[in-house]
Structure formats: C-alpha cells, structure tokens
Design a protein around this ligand. Structure first.
Ligand SMILES: Cc1cc2nc3c(=O)[nH]c(=O)nc-3n(C[C@H](O)[C@H](O)[C@H](O)COP(=O)(O)OP(=O)(O)OC[C@H]3O[C@@H](n4cnc5c(N)ncnc54)[C@H](O)[C@@H]3O)c2cc1C
Length: 463
C-alpha cells in the first residue's frame, strides 16, 4: 500500500492558493482517480493533485520539487503504457481544466489541457469548424497533440500540431511561458512532437477549419477471406485519392454491437473506414469503386454528422479493458506487407483485438520535415496492432499475437509514431525521432528541464 504524502509537512505556503483537489490513498475517490484508460496498468500514487488552473499547476510542480517524488502528468489518461500514473509518486491531473473558447470569426480555439477530443469536436462543430483530432472521443487533446496527432482530417489539413498556433507552458521551474512561432520558437518546435518532456502545457491555441456538419463517412466490411484481393485493390485505389479522403483499414472480429447484424458477430472481417472531408457528391464519386469492390458484407459509409463519426469507435476502445499495442510505419502496402496482414489477421482470437492501418500522406507530407519535432511525415501508412482483452484473462496470448504480427512486419518498418510506443526503451525513442531531431530535442531538454523532472513519458534525457 502506497503511503500518502504529508502535504502539511512539505510546506503549506506552496498549497495556499491551490484551488483543486488532493486525492490520497484511503480517500473514497482514490481508486477512481488512480485508474487510467488502460486497465492493464495498476499503479498507486502517493498523491493525485487535480488542478483547476495554471496557479494550481505551478503550485503542484513546486510542491513536487520539494518532495523529490516521481511526477506523472495526466491529460486524458490514454497513454498506452500508462505514463500518466505512477507508483508512490505524484500525479498532476489536468482533468478539471476543461475550458474551450472558440473564436468563430478568427477560426481558432483556445483549449485547456484536460479537454477530451469529443468535447472539443462538439464545441467547434457548433460553428461548423473542426481541427485534426483523434478518432476516439475520450482521448485527451493534450497528450495526443504533443506527440503529433493523426486523425480523419490529417490528409486534408495536416497533423494536429500543424494546427497549433501557441501553447502556454509551465516549466520544470514552475514558470509560465508562452511558445509560438515568435515566442520561444525552439520550445514551440519541440512541443510539436516532443511530448511532455519540456513542461506542462496548460492551454493550446488551435487553428480551425470549416468542416461541413455532414461528411460521407463510416466503415465498409468484407469477410477476412477477401482481404488479399481487397488490400491489393485498395492499394491501387488510394494511390490517386484526393486529400479529402482519409481511410483506416481495420482487421478484427466483428463486434456484437447493435449496428452490425447478429450473423456477423464474431466473424473475422476486414473493413475500410472512410471519411471524406468535402462535398458529399464528390465523396460518392471517389468512393464508388470501393463500394463496388467484391462482396461487401455491409456498407455503413454514408452521410452523417462529423461528430457522430468522431465518436463512432468510442465503445470499441472502452475504459478499463486490457490493452497492448505495437506500432510501426511502412512506406508502401507491398505484396509482402499484405501477406503479413492476411496471415496474422486470420489469427485474431479476442473479440476486442483490432488492427488499424492508417493512410498517411496528403497535407502531412507537404509540411517541411524540419518544421516540427514530429518524425515520419513521409510514411505511407501507420500500423497499430492492438492485442486487447476485456480482462486479464487471455491478455498474455493477445500480447504475444501483437508482438508476432509486429515482428513479421519488421523488414518493412520505417519510422514509428511516438504516441504509439509502449515502454520500449531509449533506442526506440531515438528511432522515433531520428538522430538529428533527437539530438536537437536533447539540447532543448537541457535548456528547459536539465534535471529531467518530467521523465515519466517517452523520455528524452538531457544528457
Ligand atoms: C483509444 C485511443 C485512441 C487513440 N487515437 C489516436 C488518434 O486517433 N490519433 C493519435 O494521434 N493518437 C491516438 N492515440 C494515441 C494518443 O495520442 C496517446 O495515447 C496520447 O498520449 C493520449 O493523450 P492523453 O492526454 O489522453 O494521455 P495521458 O495519458 O493523459 O498523457 C500521456 C502523456 O502525455 C503527456 N502529457 C499529457 N498532458 C500533458 C500536458 N498538458 N502537458 C505536458 N505533457 C502532457 C505526459 O507525458 C503523459 O504521460 C489514441 C490512444 C488511445 C488509447
């Protein structure tokens, strides 16, 4: 059992202005607040400091420095390896900071660090606007943005970081600084892909884009047996795709959900989920060949509200299940890559295990590679291989399956998206950034966090 921190003994003056909540072992809500999205992570912090604003974040950082305990920072709590909770340390939880202010004329939004993507989408779509965001509504804006941010709009508008105009950051010294193209530009460079290594972002300012309330979007399903032909067709079809079209190929067992007919439940399927961020009639034209390919089991790709599409997969990645994850980028969907997908896709056992093959390119690749710390702008596709189970039972087998799938793709790996890493060690983090960016990030770390105060993350040590 983790001991609580004696906040009194460590200096009342630091907490004088703290307007948030302290939660410690033994408190009735302790278990609720120590839990993160990934149910396979079970850690017991000594203190959870739930901040209501910038002053609370400053107080929490200064307090944590006095204790020398490890510090975890939590936005939406969706880190796959569970970086937003720690044993016997302090969690600085930003979940109460949920303010969003949209400027419809200026097409910008100011977003506090505890906001989730579903909340931001609702706030911006009220004005017919949106920014590139994650495809599951309960994911945090903060952690996703700081790693790069891919989603249904990235081919049309670029990564989430390409929409970032400025960020308010509390440093390891407890100082509030602004980062933008004109203020602390090197910090601004590093925040766009470098994760939580340099400070706690309390507020983000994003550019927004007009997105029609209705988009042509949703999955089309085929039996897994059609995957070899479908994936070869898909490869040719997307080669000419306009930036408005973004697709994710999914492999899984059809879930037992209301919108799928009962006879499909549990069957191995391959789906192409689409989002056409343009005129519906144009999207219908672009999607026609896909919709006519082979014998789809079901076509749910139809005009629907953008916010509905953005929350469509929320239930498929429920809180508390056990999640294991491996990821890699590949340059092309070669025959060899397709063979791996078919072989390992056919071995899926768990009803909640999924594979996502994300289409990249478009506006992502048109931003100068050196403009941000994010690496992998020229990847053709990003794989995420989720070995999941609802409880601990069967989880080890899913982990082994995910590892085997990932190893089979090893000859084709190019880069890897840092937000899709588990705890895989420094070498993999170096690979994620590439040599030059990693060295530049280390120099930034030395400038902003020389003691590596923020180290429970995809860590870039200062030395
Ligand atoms: C269900 C699911 C769907 C996903 N979908 C996508 C997707 O569509 N696109 C995509 O790009 N990624 C996606 N991801 C990956 C996602 O980007 C990362 O898991 C990300 O870390 C989640 O952010 P969070 O704020 O919820 O996480 P947290 O666990 O709260 O934070 C993760 C890490 O980010 C850092 N951090 C968080 N908040 C702050 C802050 N305010 N200041 C400084 N550092 C901070 C900390 O280092 C922390 O350890 C998904 C993940 C999940 C679990």
């Amino acid at each position: 059992m983790t001991a609580a921190v004696d906040t009194k003994a460590t200096g009342d003056e630091l907490w004088g202005s703290f307007a948030g909540e302290f939660i410690q072992p033994g408190d009735v809500t302790y278990d609720e607040h120590r839990r993160v999205w990934n149910g396979a992570i079970d850690r017991s912090p000594a203190l959870i400091a739930r901040c209501r604003g910038v002053a609370d974040v400053i107080a929490a950082i200064r307090f944590a420095r006095c204790t020398a305990l490890p510090v975890a920072v939590r936005g939406g709590g969706h880190s796959y390896p569970g970086h937003s909770v720690c044993d016997a340390g302090i969690v600085i939880d930003l979940g109460l900071m949920t303010g969003v202010r949209v400027d419809p004329q200026g097409r910008t939004a100011r977003v506090q660090a505890g906001v989730l993507w579903g909340e931001l989408d609702r706030a911006t779509q009220a004005f017919g606007l949106a920014t590139t965001g994650g495809f599951v509504g309960h994911t945090g804006v903060a952690g996703l943005t700081l790693g790069g941010g891919i989603g249904w709009l990235h081919r049309k508008h670029g990564l989430t970081i390409d929409q970032l105009l400025s960020a308010d950051v509390v440093t390891a010294e407890g100082e509030l600084v602004k980062a933008s193209a004109t203020e602390n530009p090197e910090l601004f460079w590093g925040l766009r892909g470098g994760g939580g290594n340099f400070g706690i972002v309390t507020e983000f300012e994003f550019r927004l884009h007009p997105i029609r309330p209705a988009v042509l979007a949703g999955p089309i399903y085929w039996p897994m047996a059609e995957a070899p032909a479908l994936l070869r067709f898909y490869r040719e079809w997307i080669a000419e795709a306009p930036d408005e079209l973004m697709t994710i190929v999914m492999q899984r067992r059809a879930p037992a959900v209301d919108f799928l007919p009962a006879e499909l439940h549990g069957q191995l399927i391959v789906a192409v989920t689409c989002c056409y961020a343009g005129a519906i009639e144009d999207g219908e034209e672009v999607l026609r060949p896909l919709k006519r390919f082979g014998s789809p089991l079901l076509d749910l790709c139809r005009p629907k509200p953008y916010v509905d599409h953005q929350s469509m997969f929320d239930a498929a990645y429920a809180h508390g299940w056990h999640y294991y994850f491996r990821a890699c980028d590949v340059a092309q969907l070669t025959d060899d890559v397709i063979d791996v997908m078919v072989e390992h896709g056919n071995r899926i056992v768990s009803p909640v295990t999924t594979v996502g093959l994300w289409q990249m390119g478009g506006a992502v690749a048109r931003v100068d590679d050196s403009a941000t710390a994010f690496n992998g702008r020229h990847a053709g596709f990003t794989f995420n291989i989720n070995g999941n189970s609802k409880t601990a039972e069967g989880f080890e087998a899913e982990r082994q399956w995910a590892r085997a799938y990932w190893y089979a793709l090893a000859p084709h790996h190019t880069s890897v998206y840092v937000n899709f890493l588990m705890d895989e060690g420094e070498q993999r983090i170096r690979q994620a950034y590439g040599y030059a960016k990693y060295e530049r990030l280390k120099a930034l770390k030395r400038a902003y966090d020389p003691t590596n105060f923020f180290r429970l993350n995809q860590n870039i040590p200062p030395d």
